[in-house]
Design a binder for this molecule. Sequence first.
Ligand code: ADP
Length: 481
Amino acid sequence: MADNFTEEISLLEQVHVALGSASRLEDFYLILGSVLVDPNTFGFSRAFVLRYDERTRCFLGKVALGSTSREQYEQLREDLLAEARLLKDQEEAITRETGEPMALQHLYDLRFHSLWIQLLQGQEEGTDLNTAFQEVSLRRDKLLPGHLLESAASSAQARQFENSEAVLEGLDKFVHLPALAGRLVSKRGLHGVLIADRIFEDRPLDGQDLYHFQWLINHASVSLENVLLVSELTETTNRMREVDRLKTNFLSIVSHELRTPLTSIVGFVHLLAEEKVGKITPSQKDLLKRVSQHSTHLQNMVNDLLELAEVESGGMVNVELVPVDPLEALYAVMPKIEARRGAKNVAIEPSIMSTVPKILADQSALERIYFHLLDNAVKFTNEKGTVGIEFNRANGELDISIVDQGIGIPQENLQRIFDNFYQVDYRLDRAYGGMGIGLTVVSLLLRALNGKINVESTVGIGSRFTVTFPAISDGTETNWH
Ligand code: ADP
C-alpha cells in the first residue's frame, strides 16, 4: 500500500469503485482476489475466497492467486506496471480519436480482470499457483475446534492467525500461516471467508495489513449486497425468458397439431353442405352451417395463436423495410375482414386524402396490422356502427387511424391492452370473443417495422388506434379508387 496518506485514500477509493462495478458474483470474486494480490494495492501473496453454502453447510472455493516468492512478486509487479502503461497508451489513443477524455477509472476493473485471467492461463502445470487453484470443499460441522474457517466465520472482526493457534486442516496445501482471515456477510447471513497470506520473509504481515484487510472486508460486504441483488434479478429475468420461450414453443406445437384436423373438418363439412356427396335435408343443411361457422371460428383462433407464436419467436424480426403502398395492403386485407364480419351490420368506410404516400414498411406485416385493428374495431362495435380508416400526413410521417364507434376502453386499461393475452373483459361469459392476442402481434410487428401506435378511447363513444410510419415522397403516391 502507498506510503503517502492521500495516495492511500485514492487507492482505496479505486478498490471501492472496482468492487462496486461488479454485476456478477464471479466478477466480484475476481476483483476481490485481484486487489488483494495486486502489489500496487494490498500486495498479499495469495487470496482465497471460500464461499459458504448454507444448504450443504460446506465451505467451497477455488479462488486463489498470488506470488509465493519475492521474484514472482517482483515479476507480477512489473507485469502490472507494463499493463498499466499499455492501458494508458490505449486511453490516450481513444482520447485522441474521440476527442473525449477517457477516465482511467473505467479501465481499472478491466485491468484487474485481465490480470487475473492472464495469471490463470499463464501458469505452467505444477507450479504453486496452479495447485492453489484446486477446488476446496470443507464441511463446516466436520471442522476441528478452533479451525481458521470456523473462527473467522463466527467473528465480526478479521484477525491474524498465527502458526500455533489456528488449525488449517484441509487448507494447509494452500494457506501459509501467519494469515489474515475474516468473514464476508450479506443480509442473508454468512457468505464466505476471505483469507490472505504473505509469505516473504522480508515483509511479514503487520498491523497495517490487518487494518487494510478489515477495511476491504467491510467494503466488500456492502458491494456484495448489490452484486447479490443484481445477479438475483438477472437470474429471475433469465428464468422468465426461458418460461416465455417454452410457452411460445408450446403454442406453436399445439396450434400446428390443431390446425391439420381442423382444416379437414372445415373442408369435409363444406363438401357435405354443398351436397357434393349426396342430397341433404334443409334441417341437416342448417346444422352443417352451424358446424361450419364454429369450426371456422376455431380455425381463426388457432391461426391467431400460430401467428403470435411465429411473431414472438422472432419470425417477423427480419422484415424487409421497403416502400409499401398502404392502400394496396388495405385492399388486400378487406376480404378477410368481410369474412370475419359475418352478418354484423358494421360499415367500413375509409376516408382518404387525395393522395396517400408510400411508407417504409413490409407489406405482409402491414396487412396483419390492418387485420387485427379492423377486426377489433368491428368486433367491439355493436350493430349499425361505422368503422372509419383515416390517413393523415404530417412531418414526413403517415398516420393511419382506425376509428370505431364501439364500446371504448377505460383509461386505466389502455396501457395493458398490448400485453399478451390481456383483455379488458376477461370473464368467460363476456360478450366478445378473442384471446387477447391481436394487439400483442400488432405491437411486436410495429417494433420490427420501427412504427408507432397510439390509442385514444372513450367508453361508450369509441376508440381510435393510430399507427405511424415514415412516409416516402417519391412522386408515386396512390389515389384512392
Ligand atoms: P382480443 O381482441 O382477441 O381480445 P387484442 O389483443 O386484439 O385481443 O385486444 C386486447 C383487448 O383490448 C380486447 O380484449 C379489448 O378489451 C381491448 N380492445 C382492443 N381493441 C378494441 C377496440 N377497438 N374497442 C374496444 N376495446 C378494444
